[in-house]
Design a binder for this molecule. Structure first.
Ligand SMILES: NC(=O)c1ccc[n+]([C@@H]2O[C@H](COP(=O)([O-])OP(=O)(O)OC[C@H]3O[C@@H](n4cnc5c(N)ncnc54)[C@H](O)[C@@H]3O)[C@@H](O)[C@H]2O)c1
Ligand SMILES: O=C(O)CC[C@@H](O)C(=O)O
Length: 389
């Protein structure tokens, strides 16, 4: 019986995929094979030796100590793209909240005096609406910082709304570049993007390279009246710089999915409670994807959508499977293959990939691996986490 320790409210659509006869899945299991979570912070936690994998139901992995996990041989997964549509729709909502003064207009309507007779009531409605005159998105320029799953979706939706789109993503993957419309203009740096855009939205991961990527220095270059949207993480903007530019009216509105005390009680800030991925559809997608990836890893040793291990998947053929991780140094795989050859064990199929300092191998062999064989592989210098399936 394998066990999965869960944190946060994870959609049942994902959890029910684990067959009850083979998996115990709950929030209290003691020595889990894997952890499944959403935004729970794992940075202060220690992992028992039983933990082989962690699956983040979502995109951001800044709540997981990924480097430490790599050192411990724990494979960390996320679910790329699974909540991208939900975030795209909320960002469009955020743009409209800002451009049409929707929150103030809605509270004005809620507070209308119900005791007025109908003529007076309608006069109040028609008289009040002048305060909420907005502007249209069509014809305006949107800057998208980070053109991955969410950024690309937003860029395409904005083009469909008649906006011009400028993108900035110096580390864009080839696959992401293929998905992107050629109508998205490229900015070579952040000041040039900020100077051209009426709206700017951030969709980068939170890490040491993106910390305070919008800051006092580059926000000074922003077009006056900018609407800034942050549905990435609080840390990607320098909050004090945003507040200063709100004071100077260079930034007209800041729409942010990550409330903080300094941002509260301001007419020019719209705060949402980390709601980007909170749709039934996105929660289902993320949980299903995370559960499938965990099962494929725990049952077959396949790795899909890992953020710290190489991604590799080998269809099960006949025979038995051995997997192992190793430091990415020469002669480890050849040593293991020589050992198999000495023991007269036929390799049916094989896959080996490396990522940074880690390599991972899947070997399908004809004979059932004995404990001695597995121990001999584990005894190789640089090899760890030998498994058989
Ligand atoms: N508000 C929410 O609820 C919510 C939901 C989902 C994701 N997010 C956040 O949004 C982030 C992006 O999600 P995604 O699914 O689009 O991820 P993704 O990996 O598909 O895209 C991220 C993009 O950022 C780019 N990037 C990385 N470093 C960069 C840098 N220094 N400058 C410019 N671009 C850079 C990458 O090349 C990639 O194209 C997540 O990491 C997460 O923090 C928030
Ligand atoms: O689980 C959530 O509600 C948020 C997920 C989101 O922040 C992500 O990074 O995918």
């Amino acid at each position: 019986m394998r066990s999965i320790r869960t944190y946060n409210a994870i959609s049942q659509k994902g959890l029910v995929l684990f067959p009850e006869a083979q998996y115990k899945v709950d929030s209290v299991v003691g020595e889990p094979d894997a952890i499944m979570l959403r935004s729970h912070n794992l940075h202060q936690e220690t992992f028992t030796d039983s933990v082989k994998a962690i699956a983040r139901c979502g995109a951001g992995v800044n709540n997981i100590p990924v480097e430490e996990c790599t050192k411990q041989g724990i494979v960390v997964f996320n679910t790329p793209g699974a909540n991208a549509n939900a975030v795209k729709e909320l960002v469009l909502g955020g743009m409209l909240l800002a451009s049409r003064n929707l929150l103030d207009a809605a509270s004005f309507s809620q507070l209308l005096d119900t005791n007025l007779e109908s003529g007076e009531f309608n006069k109040k409605v028609e008289g009040g609406k002048k305060k909420f005159v907005g502007s249209e998105l069509a014809g305006k320029t949107l800057g998208v910082i980070g053109l991955g799953a969410i950024g690309a979706n937003i860029a395409h939706a904005a083009l469909a709304l008649g906006m011009k789109v400028v993108g900035y993503d110096p580390v864009l993957s080839v696959e992401a570049a293929w998905r992107l419309s050629s109508d998205v203009e490229r900015a070579d740096n952040l000041p040039s993007l900020l100077a051209r855009c009426d709206y700017v939205t951030l969709h980068v991961p939170a890490n040491e390279h993106t910390k305070n990527m919008l800051n006092a220095e580059n926000l000074e270059q922003a077009k006056r009246g900018l609407v800034l949207l942050n549905f990435a993480r609080g840390s990607v903007v320098e909050e004090a710089a945003v507040l200063a530019e709100l004071e100077s009216d260079r930034i007209a509105k800041y729409v942010c999915d990550f409330p903080s005390p300094a941002l509260m009680d301001r007419d020019d800030v719209i705060l949402l409670p980390h709601l980007g991925a909170s749709t039934g559809e996105a929660e289902d997608n993320c949980a299903e994807m995370a559960a499938r990836q965990l099962m494929d890893f725990l049952e077959n040793g396949n790795i899909q959508n890992s953020v710290n291990f190489p991604n590799l998947r080998l269809e099960r053929s006949e025979g038995y499977r051995i997997t192992f991780a190793n430091d990415n140094v020469p002669a480890v795989l050849s040593g293991v293959l020589a050992l198999l050859s000495e023991m007269n064990i036929n390799v049916i199929d094989m896959l080996n990939k490396s990522r940074g300092e880690v390599a991972y191998t899947i070997l399908d062999v004809a004979d059932q691996p004995t404990d001695e064989l597995l121990a001999a592989i584990e005894a190789f210098e640089h090899v760890s986490h030998v498994n058989t399936f």
